[in-house]
Structures are given as C-alpha cells and as structure tokens.
Ligand binder design. Structure first.
Ligand code: HEC
Length: 201
C-alpha cells in the first residue's frame, strides 16, 4: 500500500516537472501551432478579449472611459434596473440588498468605529467617486453585470452621487468631472502604506 502511494507520488512529481519544462505559448502563437498538452483545451485570449475584461478604474480615475451621463437620466435608469433590489429610493432591502443612498444625520461624522450598526451609504462612507463608477460597471445589475453602456454607468454614478447630496441633481458627469468629485469623508481614509514586517497582521 505504502509502496503504491510512493509510486503515485513519484509519477505525480514527474508529471509536474514535465509541465514546467513545456514551452509556454506566447500571446502571438496561433492555436494550431501549440503542441497538444494535457487535454488540448484552451487557447490564448485575443487582445480584444483581454481588453473587454480589462475595465478596472483606479481611485485616481485611471481607466475611466469616454462617455457622459446625467443624474436625471440616471434616476430613470435606477428605477428600471436597480430599484427592484436596492429599493426605489436606494434605501436597500435588508438583509440581502444593501442601502446605497442615505445622509441620515445620526450616521454623519464617520462614527462607524464606535457604532458599527450605523448605516453605511455611498454618501457617508465611500472614499472615492471614481470607484462607484468602477463597481457599478463591473458588478451591477447583479444578474447582468457588464450589460450597461459607459454612458449609462456615468448617468447612474451621477444619480447615486446626487441622491447622496454629493453633487446636484442637475449635474452631468464625464471622466474629467467625475475625477473632480470629492467624497464627503475622503479625508477619513489613509493610504495603506504598510511595507511588510511586524505591523502587517
Ligand atoms: C438582483 C438584485 C440587484 C440588482 C438588480 C442591482 N443590485 Fe446592486 N447590489 C446587489 C447586491 C446583492 C449587492 C451586494 C453585493 C456584495 O456585497 O457582494 C449590491 C451592491 C451594490 C453596490 C455596492 C454597495 C456597497 O456600498 O457596498 C452598488 C453601488 C450597487 N449595488 C449599485 C447598483 C446599481 C447602480 C444597480 C442598477 C444598475 C444595481 N446595483 C442593481 C443586488 C442588486
């Protein structure tokens, strides 16, 4: 029994080193020229396929696409595509669907550390307006992520910021104006500048 196990392990190790020794397929290699290995499944993603998924937007706004949208249009889109889960006023539907809109005075002042039950909203908690765009574009609506156009995401972002009293409801946003929006509690966040070592838990 033990001997069989040892043999298996040796076989597995051998398979592993063969895999490492195999030449890596470069992005430009055509599918037909890749030697059949493993089960012969898969191919290198095309630059277009990578670009379609490479849509993250940084807190500084890097990666924001062209396009624009108004809060007023965003309000309509919100009712059509978001309200069924987040509520018509963005008030959330506990426990599954989070609150998005609230400037409840009792939750102002960033006192979440002393009372974790205070409602966190985009207006009283998010550090960057740009990441509202990023999140909505990548993850929402929950069941059809990626289905919104960039203009629709700008409109929805503008609406969510306006409903949270961050910008006026008459506002429109594009990449340049979105980068200018300063969230109310931006200064409560500090960059994570840990370099490793004992302070990293
Ligand atoms: C089918 C239900 C559903 C729909 C429709 C939906 N959402 Fe969500 N949304 C969720 C759930 C569930 C979460 C929490 C996801 C998590 O925490 O991983 C969420 C999270 C969010 C968040 C992050 C909230 C936070 O503070 O963490 C935002 C912003 C958001 N949704 C915006 C939208 C917008 C805009 C739309 C419409 C385009 C939309 N959602 C449509 C279910 C939905």
């Amino acid at each position: 029994m033990r001997r069989t196990l040892m043999l298996c392990l040796v076989a597995a190790t051998a398979a592993c080193s063969r895999e490492q020794a195999a030449p890596a397929a470069s992005a430009g290699t055509s599918f037909a020229s890749i030697p059949a290995r493993h089960y012969g499944l898969g191919r290198a993603a095309t630059p277009e396929e990578v670009a379609a998924r490479d849509i993250d937007v940084g807190p500084d706004g890097a990666g924001l696409p062209t396009g624009k949208g108004s809060a007023e249009l965003g309000a309509q889109l919100f009712q059509q595509k978001c309200a069924m889960c987040h509520g018509p006023k963005g008030q959330g539907m506990p426990p599954a669907f989070p609150l998005l809109v609230s400037r409840d005075p009792k939750a102002e002042g960033f006192k979440f550390a002393s009372d974790y039950k205070l409602p966190h909203s985009i207006g009283n908690y998010w550090p960057d307006a740009t990441t509202v765009f990023d999140y909505v574009r990548r993850a929402m609506p929950l069941l059809q992520p990626g289905s919104l156009t960039n203009d629709e995401v700008y409109s929805l972002t503008a609406f969510l910021l306006a409903a949270n009293d961050v910008i006026p409801m008459s506002a429109s946003l594009d990449s340049a104006s979105l980068m200018q929006v300063k969230m109310p509690y931006r200064d409560k966040f500090v960059p994570d500048n840990r370099k490793g070592g004992s302070e990293v838990k």
